[in-house]
Design a protein around this ligand. Structure first.
Ligand code: ATP
Length: 355
């Protein structure tokens, strides 16, 4: 059995480290001293809005761009000046980037031919790689005879065929329609775990990042704002930027005094430092519920209520004008115009000054 189909190969799995990485394009500083450690066999997503520098960071790891300053290491070794073709990396891009005039097997075998692997051996490994992505039957088709999802699977097979140390994925799902995107997303995660390859995945889609990552680095304006497991980022965002970018929140006015906020009569903790004053608090839908009689709460009127299969999501207008989103079981049937009273769980909230 070759390395590619073996279970997690801890000896081969590689760490990737970025130390104080700075990248300028002319006078435009795009990365402002990025520090990142990706563990051996770990799946880390770079998540952030368009233009925050995710692709640039990935291209630096690949060796497709030169660092302005800082160091990139693989397994501790400084690779900053090693060219792309000697970094032992597999890459998949947003566009399928297959050779249109080559069939699926020829596309997949390409990287091995470049490395002068003997033809029989190269074809055998390419077929194994195609089996791995579920396309063993498609080896003689041409790219135009495949769906977008299948073309990305070929791109994945091609990236993995050389058993690279690191897999870099740059928005590989964004050209696909919603259903295929979810299928291939789960497939990528399954493959990554099966092969045990260290993977860095760039996306601006928070749901995608939450679904498949071991850890997510939320980036903003060329910096990492927070890095953590999906649960940590969702449950304990460390800043307004992360709270706003990851998951859904309602913005509720509150005032902070001595590090505590009062929301609808309930006193809650505040994440991080917040001097006394008026703020918006980020409140998750599942932190809000209907108040029982006698509980502190706020009155409101339902504006919309949407059936979402296993739960309902309703938007409630409260007297200060805020629209508050709650999530509740489908057994609670709310309709537009219903009068309700909301209360909030006593969990620490992220706050940001009212603009
Ligand atoms: P997106 O999700 O839109 O791809 P991103 O977070 O991946 O965004 P980058 O592609 O890394 O962002 O771009 C970050 C910034 O660097 C942008 O302002 C972009 O215009 C700039 N930039 C990227 N590549 C170059 C280049 N080759 N020359 C000049 N500026 C560049």
């Amino acid at each position: 059995m070759t390395a590619i189909v073996s279970p997690v190969d801890t000896e081969r799995a590689t760490t990737v480290t970025l130390e104080a990485v700075v990248k300028d394009f002319g006078s435009n500083r795009v990365l402002h001293g990025l520090d990142l450690e990706v563990g051996a066999g770990e799946f880390v997503s770079l998540l952030g809005p368009s233009g925050c520098g995710k692709t640039t960071a990935l291209r630096l790891i690949a060796g497709l761009e030169q660092l302005t300053s800082g160091v990139i290491r693989m397994n501790g070794e400084d690779v900053s000046n090693i060219p792309v073709n000697r970094r032992d990396i597999g890459m998949v891009f947003q566009s399928y980037s297959l050779f249109p005039h080559l069939d699926v097997l020829q596309n997949t075998v390409f990287g091995l031919q470049m490395r002068k692997v003997a033809k029989d051996e190269a074809n055998r490994r390419a077929m194994e790689s195609l089996e791995l992505v579920g396309l063993g039957e498609f080896s003689e088709r041409f790219p135009h005879e495949l769906s977008g999802g299948q073309q990305q699977r070929v791109a994945l097979a091609r990236a993995l065929v050389t058993s690279p140390k690191v897999l870099l994925l740059d928005e590989p799902l964004s050209a696909l329609d919603a259903k295929v995107r979810v299928q291939l997303r789960d497939e990528i995660r399954r493959l990554q775990q099966q092969v045990g390859i260290t993977t860095v995945f760039v996306t601006h889609d928070q749901e995608e990042a939450l679904a498949i990552s071991d850890r997510i680095a939320v980036m903003d304006a060329g910096k990492i704002e927070q890095i953590g497991t999906p649960e940590e980022l969702y449950g304990s965002p460390s800043s307004p930027i992360v709270a706003a970018f990851v998951g859904m929140s309602s913005l509720v006015p509150t005032s902070v005094s001595a590090g505590r906020a009062v929301i609808w009569g309930v006193e809650v903790g505040v994440v991080g430092e917040a001097p006394d004053g008026d703020y918006h608090a980020f409140v998750r839908p599942e932190s809000i519920r209907l108040a029982e009689d006698g509980e502190p709460g706020v009155p409101g009127v339902v504006e919309t209520s949407t059936f979402l299969g296993s739960f309902r999501r309703s938007a409630v207008r409260i007297p200060d004008g805020s629209l508050v989103v709650i999530q509740h079981p489908t057994t609670l049937s709310l309709e537009r115009g219903d009068k309700v009273r909301l209360t909030i769980d006593n969990r620490p909230v992220v706050v940001r000054p009212i603009p």
